[in-house]
Design a protein around this ligand. Structure first.
Ligand SMILES: Nc1nc2c(c(=O)[nH]1)N[C@H]1C(S)=C(S)[C@@H](COP(=O)(O)O)O[C@H]1N2
Ligand SMILES: [Mo]
Length: 251
């Protein structure tokens, strides 16, 4: 299974990189690019960002929603503290926000629900070759980060999850461009219902311009960091560490 996932992402990354880099002279002329100071993955990311800018991912109508939205990866969480919170409907659970912030936060569900909410109907694309259109609701990550107050050195938001996959903690990370993108939300509601356990209760990331594996489920803690080195495998995510998936998984 891991082998087939690798194949798919390999083809996707090569295709996108070739196409995007080939078409962008302004980008290729930049001194750091000319002098070979930037690696291939960073090139792909920057090329995509130049072309995509702050564009919104496509949003769909209710009529487009998939009749069923499959779940993938972890579909349940073994952790005892998680199971106790699940049994209580997350009534005493809170999201931890810490690291390079002015004020570390513990936000209970009520506080997350009291923040301005964004609802979006988007398409989820998994590298395993399936897609589904679903409706997501939650506060924008930007409003949570604004509450905590970022220190100037904060460059990445890391999402720590409650589950273990293949015995290892699942985690993901994004940069500040995606963290402050209007469609980047911490969703607690999916298709007009609170998130199920299989889809990541109580809270999951939606970062709509990237692939499925970036959409971290079971988010317990958001940590602001200056770099990703020294955290687990150092590549910023579970699949990035274990299977060489691209850190920037632009669609
Ligand atoms: N915590 C956690 N988040 C995760 C995963 C996982 O195994 N654990 N799998 C990822 C992958 S590969 C995909 S395609 C989506 C699947 O989301 P879904 O189960 O809601 O369809 O979650 C992503 N986020
Ligand atoms: Mo996926």
């Amino acid at each position: 299974m891991i082998v087939s996932r690798r194949k798919l992402i390999g083809i996707g990354a090569a295709g996108a990189g070739g196409l995007l880099l080939g078409g962008c002279d302004r980008f290729n002329d930049a001194p750091a690019v000319r002098d070979g100071l930037i690696g291939t993955e960073e090139l792909t990311k920057r090329a995509q960002r130049l072309l995509v800018g702050d564009a919104l991912a496509r949003e769909y109508s209710e009529a487009d929603m998939s009749p069923s939205f499959r779940s993938n990866g972890s579909v349940s969480v073994a952790d005892q503290a998680y199971r106790a919170h699940l049994a209580q409907g997350f009534a005493r659970w809170s999201l931890r926000v810490d690291g390079l912030v002015h004020t570390a936060l513990d936000l209970p569900m009520a506080a997350l629900l009291a923040l301005p909410q964004r609802t979006q109907i988007t398409r989820h694309d998994c590298v395993e070759g399936w897609s589904a259109i679903g409706k997501w609701q939650g506060p924008q990550l930007s409003s949570i980060l604004a509450r905590a107050g970022l220190l100037p050195t904060a460059r990445y938001a890391v999402f720590h999850c409650a589950d273990l996959l293949d015995g290892k903690p699942y985690y993901e990370s994004i940069d500040m461009i995606d963290a402050f993108h209007p469609q980047t939300i911490l969703a607690w509601r999916m298709n007009d219902r609170p998130l199920s356990e299989a889809h990541g209760a109580p809270l999951r990331l939606r970062v709509e311009r990237q692939l499925g594996y970036k959409q971290a489920k079971y988010v317990m803690r958001v940590e602001l960091r200056e770099n990703l080195a020294g955290l687990y495998g150092g590549k910023g995510g579970f699949w990035e560490d274990g299977s060489d998936y691209a850190w920037y998984a632009g669609i």
